[in-house]
Design a protein around this ligand. Structure first.
Ligand code: 5AD
Ligand code: SF4
Length: 455
């Protein structure tokens, strides 16, 4: 669908030089934003600025998972309107999941917005901008074409040492609380060759830590022409690329933790020992009401199998407290699951209904005060576990990828294989190298260490 609408009094738009992108939400949005900026740089030579006041084009890459997502977008847009009042040439675009969900409604409520686009249509941004400049129209593009966008994107750029590659999009799981299947569409996997090529480009551009992204990466599957490549196969292919140093992926679903995938961590030397495996709740009744498709026992089995092959694997998860109907007993089962699994880190959320989801039709019956109290209890337990796991690193010698200078004068900052931040003294010329560091102290969010040898 391409809807355009004449807006009468818009003045002629002058040359475009600068771009500001405001990004909300998940790693996929961070990836999408970096591709948008690559695109706009290629098409218009735009320079990215850090302050919207200096921008000729402002793009918001929004996230509908945030509570009150639409309202937050409109209030942010109010700020941009003030800039546009002074500089009517300014182009404002709203993309991402709120763009997808709200569509034309955005320009009804905020007529100064020029472009509305979704996660699957941002490759057409240069064209949309051209149309606005030529015809002075407003554009809404929220089609869900078959993952064509990847064929229209320029070579990815690497910022620092990390690179991201989207390997699949969308989600077919339809958890009852979640908006993603409606905003990002059905699961669809990118061809293997495209993924390998993009990874090679990133490696060539200096990426040393590459993350494969998707809403449900372990649902990755490409079939046909005698080919049948599942996610574990893909990891073997990508992990074995020449020059690949560190490989990660996010996010996985417990239902598709195959034996091959559990084994992959032990079999692929470049695959880092870190897994984000959201469980949301430890109660079978709530898991069922959430339509998660697995029981707590299945989750334990997956963790057990992972640890059988990679005992030290770092684990993180997402939790929702106060889902409709969640009793104190249900919540205690979540605490019990956390105690049994033992996490390195986690993201915890109070349930809130997202318009358009099945759960939003049930009464949001857990009082806010109870949600608050449960969240605090869960966070306290997770903090304690995470601190314990940090303490366990003291005395170990870990391979640290040195990412840059630390904020502390004279210190460097790097990452362990399981993604912990380490600060240590060292020469800045070591940036980009992986060196063994002896861990001497643990804090809540980071470690301190000493380089074994400085070369
Ligand atoms: N309420 C609270 N948390 C939610 N999440 C997704 N939808 C909701 C909601 N309606 C959380 C889930 C998911 C993470 C990305 O956001 O925990 O894994
Ligand atoms: Fe949302 Fe569930 Fe799909 Fe994750 S698996 S994106 S929580 S519907």
């Amino acid at each position: 669908m391409l809807a355009t609408e004449k807006s009468e009094k818009k003045p002629q738009i002058k040359s475009l030089d600068t771009l500001f992108i405001q990004t909300y939400g998940c790693a996929m949005n961070v990836y999408d934003s970096s591709r948008m900026s690559d695109l706009m740089q290629e098409a218009y030579g735009l320079r990215v600025v850090n302050d919207p006041v200096d921008a000729d084009v402002i793009l918001m890459n929004t996230c509908s998972i945030r509570e009150n997502a639409e309202n937050k977008v409109y209030s942010e847009l109010g700020r941009y309107k003030k800039i546009k009042d002074k500089r009517p040439d300014l182009i404002i675009g709203v993309g991402g999941c709120v763009g997808q969900q709200e569509g034309d409604r955005i320009q009804k409520r905020a007529p100064y917005v020029d472009i509305v686009f979704g996660p699957q249509t941002y490759h057409r941004l240069p064209e949309m901008v051209k149309e606005i400049r030529r015809d002075r129209v407003r554009v809404t593009e929220i089609d869900m074409p078959e993952i064509e966008k990847f064929d229209h994107l320029p070579k990815p750029k690497v910022e620092g040492l990390t690179g991201y590659v989207t390997i699949m999009e969308g989600c077919d799981k339809f958890c009852t609380f979640c908006i993603v299947p409606y905003t990002r569409g059905a699961e669809i996997s990118r061809p293997v060759e495209d993924i390998l090529e993009e990874c090679e480009q990133l490696i060539e551009a200096g990426a040393k830590d590459i993350s494969l992204l998707g809403q449900n990466v372990n649902a990755y599957r490409v079939e046909g022409d005698g080919e049948d490549v599942g996610f574990a196969d893909l990891l073997h292919l990508v992990g074995g690329l020449e020059g690949m140093e560190r490989l990660r992926f996010s996010t996985s679903h417990p239902m598709e933790m195959t034996t091959e995938l559990c084994e992959a961590f032990a079999e692929i030397p470049t695959l880092m020992p870190y897994l984000h495996l959201p469980v949301q709740s430890g109660s079978d009744d709530i898991l069922k009401a959430m339509h998660r498709g697995h029981k707590r026992e299945d989750y334990f089995k997956a963790i057990e199998e992972l640890r059988l092959h990679t005992p030290d694997i770092a684990l993180s998860s997402d939790f929702i407290v106060g889902f409709p109907g969640e009793t104190e007993e249900d919540f205690e089962l979540t605490l019990d699951l956390v105690r049994k699994v033992g996490y390195d880190s986690a993201f915890s959320f109070k349930y809130s209904p997202r318009p358009g989801t099945p759960a939003s039709k049930s009464e949001d019956d857990v009082p806010e005060s109870v949600k608050d109290e449960r969240l605090q209890r869960l966070l306290a337990l997770l903090r304690e576990q995470s601190r314990e796991r940090m303490e366990q690193q003291v005395g170990k010698t870990l391979d640290v990828l040195i990412e840059g200078k630390s904020k502390n004068e004279g210190d460097l900052r790097g990452r362990t294989p399981d993604f912990r931040i380490v600060h240590f003294k060292g020469n800045p010329r070591l940036v980009g190298q992986t060196m063994p560091v002896n861990i001497t102290e643990a804090y809540n969010m980071s470690l301190r260490g000493e380089l074994i040898i400085e070369n």
